[in-house]
Ligand binder design. Structure first.
Ligand code: DGY
Length: 322
């Protein structure tokens, strides 16, 4: 029996790759940068399976070029790069990697929140550039976390893990938005579900954990930043397009809010001369929330479990088709 043919759109951790190579006839994209849409179309032409990354657009044009495709295994929990309805219509299973990157992502949300609140990016850059003149009573004053109100926009797994860290570690009060009430969060953290307007008005820190979809695209616009406290710290570790970056840059420059910490931007990479990089009160990481050795290994395991299940016609362990 011939082995299934698979395209892996980037090098993934060895453990996952070895399992793919043992079971499939696999072609692995060797470069650091992703394949172009043309190259990806070419590569999937005779493939049964595809391991995609969040940088690979799996859309109708790609599917049209892949008549044999049975499974798309996305090496990420987010899957906004995949046109799931189009895959479902073709009977193609789509998998993601939930759960295993919750803690690593929550850690980065807290890191960014602290860095932005305590002006770490700005003060470290000043120190390195020779602007550390002396110990100054009024130098680089930031914001305390203790006892402040945290607003979690999107109380899913990652939102909850972030809220736990900040509630148990810093005694923060927790407000949240969610599609449905979260009794665990209410019980464990004394958290309160509110509407977005209330959350923005009452929170000292706003951390975004909502997924990207047509209802959340551009959610954080001029009006939403204006609705926050002037002392607010805004953190986004979900997806860049949830934020209108012109409005965010404006809000940071004019002091409409205090600071921001971003792990995601639109586009990615954000051009190095983008205004957000010039603003001292904006800390930007290059989408590293899941970037720990153990987390990426675990993502590879789930991703390969999904791929191999789909290739053998079984239900994917983590399937996002409805
Ligand atoms: C995901 O898995 O969706 C993350 O954004 C990658 O770190």
């Amino acid at each position: 029996m011939s082995r299934p043919k698979v395209f892996v759109a980037r090098q993934i951790p060895a453990e996952g790759l070895e399992r793919i190579l043992a079971a499939c006839d696999a072609d692995v994209w060797p470069d650091r940068l992703p394949p172009s849409p043309d190259a990806l179309r070419e590569k999937v032409r005779d493939c049964d399976g595809l391991v995609s990354l969040l940088t690979d657009k799996v859309d109708a044009a790609l599917l049209a070029a892949a008549p044999r495709l049975k499974v798309v295994s996305n090496f990420a929990v987010g899957f906004n790069n995949v046109d799931v309805p189009a895959c479902t219509a073709r009977g193609i299973a789509v998998g993601n990697t939930p759960g295993v990157l919750t803690d690593a992502t929550a850690d980065i949300a807290v890191t960014l929140l602290l860095a932005a609140a305590r002006r770490l990016g700005e003060s470290a850059a000043d120190a390195k550039a020779g602007r550390w003149l002396t110990w100054e009573p009024l130098g680089w004053l930031g914001r305390d976390l203790g006892g402040q109100t945290l607003g979690i926009v999107g109380m899913g797994r990652i939102g909850f893990a972030t809220a736990k860290r900040l509630h148990h570690g810093w005694g923060m009060k927790v407000l949240y938005t969610a599609r449905a009430p979260k009794p665990d969060a209410d019980r464990e953290l004394g958290a309160r579900q509110v509407d977005l307007d209330t959350l923005l008005a009452e929170s000292d820190f706003v951390s975004v954990h909502a997924d990207l979809n047509p209802t959340t695209k551009g959610l954080f616009n001029e009006a939403r930043f204006a609705a926050m406290k002037p002392t607010a710290v805004f953190v986004n570790t979900s997806r860049g397009p949830l934020v209108d970056q012109v409005a965010l840059a404006d809000a940071l420059r004019k002091g409409v809010i205090f600071a921001a910490g971003l792990d995601v931007t639109d586009p990615e990479p954000l051009p190095y001369d983008h205004e957000l990089f010039q603003l001292p009160n904006c800390v930007i990481a290059p989408h590293i929330a899941s970037a720990t050795v153990a987390t990426r290994d675990a993502m590879a395991r789930l991703c390969v479990d999904n791929l191999l299940a789909g290739l053998s016609g079984k239900r994917l362990p983590n399937c996002v088709n409805p």
